[in-house]
Design a protein around this ligand. Structure first.
Ligand code: FAD
Length: 481
């Protein structure tokens, strides 16, 4: 009598490129049947936002790291390209799988794909189950007293803290019975994720190690060395005082459950501030879940009347780090070279684009989306709208960062600026954030020619500020009238 082989389970990997604290993987392993670990690169579905170039670089290495982790346990990662729904159907056809598991996604366009998939699989009598992991809270469940969603961070975070009965992270499976059949068969190189002509990823390679193990090591390193004093030092871009966990979180190599569990013993001011930053991430997802087009539409509709300037040259100067304002340029160059920018400088650079140049925040959001390794569908548009003033719980319209004063306050010795703008590094501290005020002889002695070796400011901040205030006030008055 022939014994029937048990039907395998499919585990879909997406922005959850890890084997620890992975509910979907754990459920599949628990079934004691072969596991098909599948990543589908879906660029065909036009409703899904295509990944930016820096994210693609990260994805390549993260997939390699995940495959390595899976192989250590007895499985391997299958790669496919196409629409999720079609590929899952093909995988079921090829393998006879009767269960599909995944961890939930909270970007509404991605969640819609998953909802449709779940309904369809269930209609066919198959098992489809989804799990938490990406967020500490379920956006559909956390409601205000009036039954709506939260638009202000503080009550949101308080409501979350009140429900803070968080589960423990799930252990990585010790071994996985990997499915050995034939399917897909794409090689990682076939996904074509890495830049080649030119290969601009040198700076990324130098500082980042994508993957779950590197992410976990970062958590421990941060807690050991930088958690103490985080609340004070996190605003100083010249120091490495923040966790740099953002790309690991964006790709789900680590989960907020793992972070919170690692912080449990700590009662310090640093730990409390750090938890609340994780809270901002939760808040951004809460907003995205309830406002699907967060990257495309003003959260506050009165901003639709805003008259943005159409200035391709200024936008280009900002993108290249050639505005003539050192702190802005240092940030934009850090971004270009490393795929990351310090949070304080993200705020200054964003404010400069929006309020000094009066360029629509959506141009900035798109540039960040393409160039950040941590480009995140919730945090990126949520933060841009926050700076623009068009978002929920946003910065007040009259807060216009002065790039010189911000530089002098948060980078007083110019450590950050000198690192990223070598052409003015020789200037003394006094002029490092305002090179145009340096005496001509000092500039000459240091081979600095403003307008040639480093730009003159492309706008006068004082005049730009006045212009922005007039435009912003008009939006406010329009709303009031
Ligand atoms: P840490 O200070 O160590 O914070 C730990 C984690 O908390 C971060 O990894 C992040 O997940 C979360 N966090 C921290 N600050 C914020 C915040 N203000 N909003 C939401 N979550 C936060 N963050 C992204 O992850 N992806 C983005 O695409 C992104 N775009 C941004 C665009 C602009 C214009 C601005 C002003 C901020 C943006 N942020 C974004 C938020 C923040 O700058 C980064 O999360 C942070 O700099 C990442 O570095 P870190 O991991 O060392 O942060």
């Amino acid at each position: 009598m022939s014994r029937q082989r048990p039907a395998p389970s499919i585990v879909l990997f997406r922005r959850d490129l890890r084997i620890e604290d992975n509910g979907a993987l754990a459920a599949a392993v628990d079934r004691d049947t072969p596991v098909i670990a599948l990543y589908i690169f879906d660029e065909e579905d036009r409703n899904l936002r295509a990944m930016g170039a820096a994210s693609r670089w990260w994805l390549h290495h993260s997939l390699a790291a995940l495959d390595h982790r899976l192989r250590q346990t007895g499985a391997n990662l299958l790669l496919a390209r196409g629409r999720t729904y079609d590929i899952v159907g093909e995988a079921i056809g090829a393998s006879g799988a009767d269960c599909v598991f995944w961890n939930r996604r909270y970007d509404p366009s991605e969640a819609a794909v998953d909802d449709r998939l779940k309904a369809n699989l269930r209609e066919q009598g198959l098992t489809a189950r989804s799990f938490d992991g990406a967020l500490l809270h379920e956006p559909s469940l956390l409601k205000t007293g009036a039954g709506g969603f939260y638009k202000v961070y503080t009550p949101f975070w308080k409501a979350m803290a009140d429900k803070a009965d968080l589960r423990d992270p799930i252990d990585a499976p010790g071994s996985i019975d990997g499915w050995r059949g034939e399917f897909a068969g794409l090689r990682l190189e076939d996904l074509d994720l890495l830049p080649t002509k030119p290969d601009w990823a040198q700076g990324l390679r130098q500082i980042w190690t994508p993957g779950e193990e590197a992410g976990k090591a970062r958590i421990h390193e941060f807690i050991e060395h930088d958690l103490e004093g985080y609340e004070r030092r996190r605003d100083i871009p010249g120091k490495q005082a923040t966790s740099r966990l953002s790309p690991h979180l964006a790709f789900g190599e680590i989960t907020p459950f793992q972070i919170v569990a690692s912080l449990r013993k700590s009662r310090s001011a640093g730990a409390s501030k750090f938890r609340s930053e994780i809270g901002w991430r939760e808040f951004s997802y809460h907003l995205l879940f309830h406002n699907p087009d967060l990257a495309g539409r003003n959260f506050r509709p009165e901003f639709d009347a805003m008259s943005w300037r159409d200035d391709a040259r200024a936008l280009r100067a900002w993108q290249r780090g050639l505005t003539g304002y050192p702190i802005v340029d240092a940030g934009m160059r850090e971004l270009w070279r490393t795929g990351w920018m310090h949070n304080r400088v993200r705020m200054i650079a964003a404010s400069f684009l929006i309020k000094d140049l009066m360029i629509d925040w959506r141009h900035g959001e798109k540039w960040f989306w393409d160039t950040l390794v941590d480009a995140d569908p919730a945090n990126n548009p949520g933060s841009w709208q926050w700076v623009a003033g068009s978002g929920a719980d946003a910065a007040p319209y009259f807060r216009i960062f002065n790039p010189v004063l911000q530089g002098e306050k948060f980078d007083p010795q110019g450590e950050y600026v000198r690192r990223h703008i070598p052409e003015i590094a020789a200037l003394p501290d006094r002029y490092i954030h305002r090179p145009w005020e340096a005496p001509a002889s000092l500039l000459k002695d240091n081979n600095i020619e403003l307008g040639r070796t480093y730009p003159k400011p492309i706008v006068d901040h004082g005049a730009a500020r006045d212009r922005a205030l007039i435009v912003y006030r008009s939006i406010k008055d329009e709303k009031a009238s």
